[in-house]
Write a protein that binds this ligand. Structure first.
Ligand SMILES: *Cc1c(COP(=O)(O)O)cnc(C)c1O
Length: 406
């Protein structure tokens, strides 16, 4: 008889000392074989983290320093995603949040005190603006809005208590490209920090830290997730001091991210480059086709000269993504614009872009001060991964059926 030496990966023998089955449910005497090596990132779930001894128990959020202490501050899956985002953005460290908006809230609540003032571009993501006008205001933080293409002229807007300047480039819906280096220089001369919402560039087409920014954030919900099936955000600091403020605020706010969603985001990262490349090419093709249409006054796509700040985009960015807007000719009725969106078949109607499905949303700035005078004539498009010729055909039939040419 040949004796085969048990391999290390085999199950240990059943623990006969434990007889009560209810205890076995919680403290099993058996374990799966070790040694699984896979290309997939494991999902580490967990609230409780075990300590080796009574004296080792601590509730320290800084898991890089203290080791793992509690699931709220991230499991190895969360921290794996944080490290990879941080590596791509060339930051000091990254915190993962449950969504892009909580990343925005974290930056504000970590850095601002009652009596501080914050500068926000008119083109900022809507809920960021709303936070300033509601909760921050209630907490005694003042804010004012600035024209997004102001550049170095922002120096006139600083107050003695200005502590933070927000940037978002390109701006939400109207896509203005900001002169971030000029804004950062003015802010630093006044001792203020600069935070940027870098979602449009997926953290890769605009190197925010190389352009003077102190804190970047992304809605990972968008290109990193890439499939419209998760919500996550990231905040990345350039320096340790800012990161410590963010980490301490993250602890008390309790902004825990789901490790399951982090696994999906880690998977999304692996295909980010090919998705972005395909989407960039398709969006450019569609944008150029739209720019030649008689119904359309302007296409707001940073790679087109008709977009405010196009030259700065050429100077500072290394690519473009798949979300841009079209402005219909003056005289186009609101109902025509709505009919256009309704007539689209491949383009669906909905928020949260950067997935594989093309989307269209109509906006109305008629009653919004500080926005370009496009009133109800603006529609934002998200280009997905459908064939661009099919998207053009869809846009063509919707334009023909909904927009009456004068
Ligand atoms: C979607 C979005 C956010 C918010 O992200 P959520 O994950 O939906 O909370 C923030 N900023 C920009 C620019 C966005 O487009």
């Amino acid at each position: 008889m040949i004796h085969v030496k048990p391999k290390e990966t085999e199950c240990p023998p059943y623990n006969r000392a434990m007889t009560n089955w209810t205890t076995k449910l919680i403290h099993p005497g058996v374990r799966a074989p070790k040694g699984f090596r896979s290309l997939a990132d494991p999902t580490w779930r967990g609230s409780t983290v075990l300590f080796p001894s009574a004296s080792a128990a601590s509730d320290n959020w800084d898991q890089y320093e203290a080791g793992y202490t509690y699931g709220l501050y991230g499991t190895p899956t969360t921290l794996e995603l944080a490290s990879r985002i941080c590596e791509l953005e060339n930051g000091y460290r990254t915190i993962i949040t449950p969504g892009g908006q909580s990343a925005i809230a974290l930056v504000n609540l970590a850095l601002l005190h009652a009596g501080d003032h914050v500068l926000i571009p008119e083109s900022i993501y809507g809920p960021n603006r709303k936070l300033a006008g509601t909760l921050l205001k209630r907490l005694g933080v003042e804010h004012s809005f600035y024209e997004p293409t102001i550049g170095a002229g922002i120096r006139e807007l600083f107050q003695p208590n200005t502590r933070l300047v927000w940037c978002e480039s390109p701006g939400s819906i109207t896509l203005e490209i900001q002169d971030v280096p000029a804004i950062a220089e003015a802010a630093h001369a006044r001792g203020a920090l600069v935070a940027i919402d870098n979602t449009w560039s997926a953290g890769v087409y605009f190197d925010a830290f190389a352009h003077g920014v102190d804190i970047t954030l992304q809605a990972l919900t968008k290109y990193v997730g890439g499939h419209s099936d998760l919500l996550l955000g990231s905040v990345t600091a350039r320096e340790e001091g800012t990161w410590k403020l963010l980490g301490a605020a993250h602890q008390v706010l309790g902004f825990a991210a789901s490790p399951d969603d982090c696994t999906l985001a880690l998977r999304g990262l692996k295909t980010l480059a090919v998705r972005l490349r395909a989407i960039e090419e398709s969006a450019l093709h569609v944008a150029h086709w739209l720019a030649a249409r008689p119904e359309i006054e302007r296409v707001l796509h940073p790679a087109l000269t008709s977009c405010p700040g196009h030259d700065i985009w050429k100077r500072d960015f290394t690519g473009s993504s798949g979300i841009f807007s079209i402005v219909f000719n003056e005289g186009t009725e609101k109902q025509e614009v709505l009919n256009f969106v309704d007539a689209l078949q491949l383009f669906k109607i909905g928020y949260s872009w950067a997935g594989v499905t093309s989307l269209a949303v109509a906006y109305d700035f008629s009653r919004r001060k500080g926005r370009p005078p496009v009133q109800h004539r603006i529609v934002r498009l998200n280009i997905g991964l459908e064939d661009s010729e099919d998207l053009i055909e869809d846009l063509d039939q919707a334009l023909r059926s909904a927009i009456h040419r004068s």
